[in-house]
Design a binder for this molecule. Structure first.
Ligand SMILES: Cc1ncc(COP(=O)(O)O)c(C=O)c1O
Length: 463
């Protein structure tokens, strides 16, 4: 992906903008996108230039651009717009290397950065890969203890009834009733993750945008099916959802978001739905928020909205593979057409029916309320030198720790597994994701972390 950073004077025409870009753009350029200062993104000349070529155009705040190191900063530009570089900083903001430095043509300045979006991180790395016998698991965000006794009872009975092929009808009816939806709007799946593969198989997106940092399976599934994917990288603390291109016909994001634990207001997400777009909201962690306040699961009025849900987290059922999606009947039918026959097992269907009753949902809410108390205990115990990213709202917190990769290794040596951050696009080795556990476990973890951080401050040779 090439990012062309553009600085343009007010009133610069589309012809001027395109002439400046064409003067430096390599003839064999692949996908291109334009980036500029947010105040400039509304300029008609820039907008028209982007529209003529079908290039996405993103505006960034001056403060975000000012934070990007560039080869040719300018005091004059800094005084005028609040960042010492527009073109180079906008080109480099999402990473990559500068291919063409700041080049001016008339009233327009451009710079080009190139970034390899495909092989940069292992999108198929998940927290379970970090767990090993003997380690306390803070890497996987699934309830640590076994499912409640009544649910294990349901599962055992379902195993006993598994001689026949599964009948999805009672589970579908239960899920539909729980969310006030029509049964035709319910897709039962082998875990939330299955939905992403079904989407990648069923859709032919022109412009697929995945908001990051977030769970990486949606992007991995889209890429595996051969679809180009654009990443929309949010800026720290990753809670301001801006910059979704108007013409994106597939937008994928999570709420609350793994790994940032950011909870976006439902109105912000609802505003992204529009005819001609499939808006996928991964709500695998929605039931970790008391009252599910920002969930869109019940919204049947928003065009193209697909809400993805999971039983994995709150009910401790990662190994069962059980989830569902809620959306317009035609989209649900298109996704179902990509499923194998009998995609969800009899025990998983039994869990769906059992975990969507009013009593079970009330129990899940109780778990979410307790989780919030446990999260506060974890946050209160964390030592100085650890930065908590944003305002965590889910079953995990994202930390920024200087020397994070080294710290993670030391934690492992001391018996603690945390989730590395650097396989999430937009994060780096200093980011560590930590699951919320009971306060005793969190405090024990925090004190080991404090000891390790004290070592970091000790000179290398004494370690
Ligand atoms: C945000 C998010 N969505 C979906 C999933 C997958 O959930 P499931 O186990 O239901 O496939 C995960 C698992 O880690 C996740 O973090």
């Amino acid at each position: 992906m090439l990012t062309v950073g553009v600085g343009a004077s007010t009133g610069a025409t589309a012809e001027e903008v395109l002439a400046a870009i064409d003067a430096v753009l390599p003839p064999t350029a692949g996908p291109v996108r334009l980036a500029t200062l947010d105040a400039r993104a509304a300029e008609p000349g820039l907008q028209e230039a982007a529209a003529r070529r079908g290039w996405p155009l993103t505006g960034h705040p001056a403060a975000a651009l000012a934070a990007v190191p560039v080869p040719t900063p300018s005091d004059r530009v800094a005084a005028a717009v609040g960042t010492a570089s527009v073109a180079e900083a906008a080109a480099l903001l999402d990473g990559g290397e500068l291919l063409v430095g700041k080049t001016a043509l008339g009233r327009v300045t451009v710079a080009i950065a190139v970034r390899d979006d495909t092989g940069d991180v292992d999108l198929r790395h998940h927290g379970d890969a970090e767990v090993a016998p003997g380690l306390v698991d803070l890497a996987v965000n699934v309830r640590a203890d076994a499912p409640p006794a009544w649910l294990r009872e349901v599962l055992h009975r379902a195993v006993d009834a598994s001689a026949g092929y599964p009948d999805p009808r009672p589970a579908r009816a239960a899920v539909a009733a729980a969310h006030g939806r029509d049964e035709a709007e319910v897709l039962l799946t082998a875990g939330a993750a299955e939905t992403f593969t079904l989407l990648a198989r069923a859709l032919r997106p022109r412009r697929a945008v995945v908001v990051h940092p977030s769970f990486t399976e949606p992007e991995a599934a889209l890429r595996a099916a051969g679809h180009p994917v654009e990443r929309l990288l949010l800026h720290p603390p990753y809670d301001r959802l801006t910059g979704v291109p108007d013409d994106a016909d597939l937008v994928v994001l999570g709420n609350p978001t793994n790994p940032t634990s950011a909870l976006h207001p439902y109105a912000t997400l609802a505003a992204l739905a529009r005819p001609g777009r499939v808006l996928v909201v991964d709500e695998a962690f929605a039931d970790t928020v008391p009252g599910e306040t920002e969930s869109l699961a019940h919204r049947t009025d928003l065009p193209g909205l697909l809400v993805v849900r999971s039983l994995t987290k709150t009910w401790g059922l990662a190994g069962l593979r059980v989830g569902y999606a809620l959306g317009p009947a035609d989209l649900v039918a298109a996704l179902a057409a990509q499923q194998p026959h009998w995609p969800v097992s009899t025990p998983a269907l039994a869990a769906l029916a059992a975990c969507t009753t009013p009593a079970a949902r009330a129990e899940a809410d109780e778990v979410a309320r307790r989780l919030a108390v446990h999260r506060s205990a974890l946050l209160a115990a964390l030592p100085d030198g650890v930065q908590v990213v944003g305002e965590p709202a889910s079953a995990f917190v994202l930390l920024c720790v200087p020397g994070g990769a080294w710290v993670r290794e030391r934690l492992r040596e001391r018996g603690w597994a945390v989730r590395r951050g650097d396989t999430f696009p937009g994060l780096d080795g200093d980011h560590l994701r930590v699951a919320v556990r009971d306060p005793g476990t969190s405090r024990a973890f925090a004190s080991v972390l404090a000891e390790i951080l004290a070592e970091v401050q000790t000179p290398e040779e004494t370690r």
